[in-house]
Design a protein around this ligand. Sequence first.
Ligand code: THU
Length: 235
Amino acid sequence: MITWKNIATHTYNRYSGNAEMCAVLSTSGKLYPGVKVENASFPLTISEFQSAIFSCLSEGDKPEILYIPAESEQSVPQIWIDTYNLTVEYIAEIPNQPLGTNLTELPQDVRKHLIDLQQFCQIAESNFPVSSLLEVEPGRFLHGVNIELTDWQLGLCAERTAIAKAISLGYRDFHSIHIFAPKGDFISPCGACRQVLVEHLPYKKIYLYHPDGTTSEHTAAELLPAFFNGNSIID
Ligand code: THU
């Protein structure tokens, strides 16, 4: 049974202390919690709507109802309602429905698994698919794919979709991330993703699966030298 109280504890609100959350019920009757995921660089903060809706879409599921806590004064930006044809309900208790997200073991053929996940990418704008596998417990993974809207600023990269999904489900310590894109010479997380990766797994392995069949290993701290550290805001 998922409760607002429980989802509130997942909010990554290191800088504001405010809990912002919602949940999506999909057409297949599955629940996807979504919390706000703040970032030291405030404009890179992921909204609770992105977290919940993109968690649902990344599983190949279709969002139908957007639940908001009854006592919340938060309003839902119309763009989310219009884009996904959502019904919004302010409710005190979340219906007892199963979660739509499952952990997976690292498959033997990681590259093939990352390729298979790309069926869930929503890439009408770029036609550039990206998929990721985030290690949320030792040996156990959640996936992310890139999701685009006509308003480019509202979409998320595959890396950030996985992080938003994982944090919304209550995971905080990440052990590695595997990232794949089939186009180009050398795939590489974008600057915004580096800033988010450095916030959540600065020194853990980032495995990149390049289109030519090779892989490379990095850390977010190496990819973003002298990164902006959130401690400077809190101190
Ligand atoms: N993209 C990712 O998913 N990860 C990256 O690190 C680079 C960019 C996506 C975002 C957008 O959907 C498309 O690729 C083009 O920028």
